[in-house]
Design a protein around this ligand. Structure first.
Ligand code: ADP
Ligand code: MG
Length: 259
């Protein structure tokens, strides 16, 4: 197994609020790792630190031999880490296709276009083909000419995944990808993610949907108040005392939903 990402003893506080405390884990190539935990336990913050949206206070994050916790966000994207957001915002004046194409341009950089017009054109043709393919995979072809802001919450999530995939990342981090996605699309999304992992892409997925976690993830880590309290297979979660305790504060409804 090849370790792609290594998170070692990272800490993050917002003022006096210690949101991540000595969090350590690693992600293997082609692995689908579930990230669980009750609301406010620090899951989105953890994704923000890895993707460079939030600076860490302590610890290190490395990709292979390269330390990435001190890199700006765009360099982390270039290094091969892409992400989606829990509540995606989409522009009103761009179509779905334009949004995906813009995500592709970001990865080529301006130089490609400036140094050689022909290579710029080739890159655009390749992007267009890739965008069409992603639209199909994520069932967005029908809505490709609509304003991106007009999509449903679930479709915006799928568009977020398409944008993230335009850069051919080696690590894809998804923040609650199933929330708001139509039940009919969910199975398709599961299959899409499995096929990405079979291509060697590693996935770190925040999700509450246990069916999704059980079918998709080989391993899960569970955060409780900023600390990792469990690292186990999905079928071991329901027996794990620390996991059950983590969810107790959220009431039995949340507990059932989670395990
Ligand atoms: P989760 O995704 O597990 O629900 P979050 O990572 O969103 O949890 O939030 C964990 C804690 O960090 C919460 O107490 C939240 O208020 C706090 N937090 C997150 N982002 C910020 C921020 N930018 N500024 C201040 N506090 C934040
Ligand atoms: Mg969150």
């Amino acid at each position: 197994m090849t370790t792609l990402l290594n998170v070692a003893a990272i800490g993050k506080a917002f003022g006096g609020n210690r949101v991540l405390e000595s969090v350590s884990f690693s992600l293997q190539q082609g692995e689908i790792l579930g990230l669980l935990g009750p609301n406010g336990s620090g899951k989105s913050t953890l994704l923000n630190t890895i993707s460079g949206f939030t600076a860490i206070d302590s610890g290190t994050i490395t990709m292979g031999e390269q330390r990435i916790d001190n890199l700006p966000t765009h360099r982390i994207i270039e290094a091969g880490i892409a992400r989606t957001f829990q509540l995606p915002m989409m522009p009103e004046k761009m179509t779905v296709l334009e949004v995906i194409m813009a995500a592709g341009t970001r990865h080529h950089g301006l130089w490609n276009g400036l140094l050689s017009l022909s290579s710029g054109r080739r890159a655009e043709q390749e992007d267009r083909a890739r965008a069409q393919q992603l639209l199909e995979t994520l069932l967005l072809t029908r809505v490709k000419d609509l304003p991106a802001a007009a999509l449903s919450g679930g479709q915006k999530k799928l568009l977020g995944i398409a944008c993230a995939m335009m850069g051919n990342p080696s690590i894809l981090m998804l923040d609650e990808p199933m929330a708001g996605v139509h039940p009919q699309l969910r199975q398709e999304l599961v299959e899409t993610l499995v096929s990405l992992s079979q291509q060697g892409i590693s996935l770190l997925v925040i999700e509450h949907d246990m069916h999704f976690i059980n079918t998709l993830c080989q391993r899960c880590i569970v955060l409780d108040r900023g600390k990792i309290v469990a690292s186990c297979r999905p079928d071991e979660l329901a027996e794990n005392q620390q996991v059950l305790e983590a969810y107790l504060g959220q009431g039995t409804h949340r507990l059932r939903e989670a395990v």
